[in-house]
Design a protein around this ligand. Structure first.
Ligand SMILES: Nc1nc2c(ncn2[C@@H]2O[C@H](COP(=O)(O)OP(=O)(O)O)[C@@H](O)[C@H]2O)c(=O)[nH]1
Ligand SMILES: [Mg+2]
Ligand SMILES: [Zn+2]
Ligand SMILES: [Zn+2]
Length: 400
């Protein structure tokens, strides 16, 4: 097996898969002293996760066979097979340690609907999408539990939305430092020469990226974009020049949102720097340009509009519907006087595609923070991800 350089989905540093660290299991050896859990400063500093953990250590390479799965803790002597990032000390799943997994990121402007989208997407991934693709999709690692952890807030948001029909308060920002990313692993079964194997894709969603960038956030976002093999960019269609006069959303919901072109240009600049793309060249990272909150346009578009048709739920990405959606969103941009967005994308990216999605599927009661009486009705939320997975060759293109 050739050892590859992969990006840590938690701290975004590039690490050599052949030189991962180990984390002690705290079991020690018979008769010996055991390691205790402690706070890990490095992990706190790089990912803002504040939990206690057993020591992380680099194995003594000389005594180890190249593909060793176990190492002895230098502090207590106990064996362990738990791998961890040598930079930020976050435990990594065995799938991650052994496969070359592309990393998908998600960014977007303030108010674009990122947090709602991520919560609904995660819910869909665990339920409908998982079944549709017979995939194994889960939050990565044990480390995501505990107070303030991504697992906790994600589960809390999902419960609020799906069980109580409530919208939560605005994301408490990255004000007191970075917010740890939500890391989801998508394991897709494959049959090769009659043997079952898996392709893994790591989805690392750093929810605060793009807004109110402090210096630390800026550096972090840069690193994040630098290692992404594919990006989901969430834009707010309500901010398109001709939008507000056509749709019905209360003034207070649109107040601090950022115009899509501004968000897009900022992300392009960050991508150019982090991927070292010359001004004369276009960015190669596949970019899913997602207009969220599209339900506000449903009445304007009318029931028969092609953007309102869901593609069939086959286990693949529906290329024909995808292209059709792409062209219709493009037409909409021109109609709304936002053709500058389309021009920017064509001049700066070799591979991008438009998506029109709605996490809620219907307008909520914005003032009361309650979702529609019909509940959350996710509309085409998984498509951007399917397109990216398809471009990595993880899932098939279907022609329904
Ligand atoms: N109509 C509609 N409104 C949405 C949807 N998603 C989010 N919103 C509204 O946009 C607000 C901000 O969403 P949020 O996900 O917190 O945005 P973020 O700043 O990008 O994280 C929510 O409180 C809702 O009022 C959607 O799918 N449909
Ligand atoms: Mg948010
Ligand atoms: Zn130990
Ligand atoms: Zn790391």
């Amino acid at each position: 097996m050739r050892m590859a350089t992969v990006a840590c989905p938690y701290c975004y540093h590039l690490i050599n898969q052949g030189q991962l660290a180990y984390q002690c299991l705290g079991r020690g050896v018979p008769g010996g002293a055991r390691c205790a859990k402690r706070e890990d400063e490095r992990r706190q500093q790089l990912t803002n996760v504040r939990t206690t953990a057993y020591p992380t250590f680099l194995p003594d390479q000389r005594g180890l066979p190249a593909r060793a799965r176990q190492a002895a803790c230098p502090h207590c002597g106990g064996p362990t097979g738990v791998r961890a990032c040598p930079v930020c000390h976050t435990p990594l799943s065995s799938t991650f340690a052994e496969s070359r997994s592309p990393l998908v990121g998600m960014v977007g402007g303030k108010g674009a609907g990122k947090t709602v989208y991520l919560s609904v997407l995660h819910h869909e991934l665990r339920t409908t999408v998982r079944r549709r693709f017979q995939a194994d999709i889960r939050l990565s690692g044990d480390q995501q539990g505990g107070a303030g952890s991504p697992r906790q807030w994600l589960e809390n948001y999902e419960e609020q939305l799906f069980t109580h029909g409530r919208l939560f308060e605005q994301t408490a920002g990255a004000r007191n430092g970075l917010r740890p990313p939500v890391v989801i692993e998508w394991r897709q079964p494959k049959r090769r020469l009659g043997l079952q194997s898996f392709d893994t894709t790591v989805l690392s969603f750093y929810d605060a990226a793009g807004e109110d960038l402090t210096h630390q956030d800026h550096v972090h976002t840069q690193a994040y974009l630098g290692v992404a093999n594919g990006l989901v960019l969430l834009l707010d269609p309500w901010q398109l020049p001709g939008a507000l006069e056509r749709i019905e959303v209360p003034e207070f919901v649109v107040r601090d949102a950022e115009p899509p072109l501004e968000v897009l240009t900022r992300i392009t600049e960050l991508l150019r720097v982090s991927h070292q793309v010359k001004a004369s060249r276009r960015v190669k990272v596949p970019l899913a340009v997602v207009f969220a909150k599209m339900d506000a346009f449903f009445p304007v578009l009318g029931g028969n509009h092609p953007l309102l048709a869901k593609p069939p739920a086959l286990p693949g990405y529906d290329e024909a519907t995808g292209q059709d959606t792409h062209e219709h969103v493009r037409a909409l941009l021109h109609e709304y006087g936002a053709d500058d967005i389309d021009a920017h994308l064509r001049h700066n990216y070799t591979n991008f595609r438009y998506f029109a999605v709605s996490a809620l599927g219907a307008a909520p009661n914005y003032a009361a923070k309650e979702v529609d009486a019909g509940g959350v009705q996710p509309f085409r939320v998984e498509e951007p991800l399917l397109w990216l997975l398809c471009s990595f060759g993880v899932i098939d293109r279907s022609r329904g």
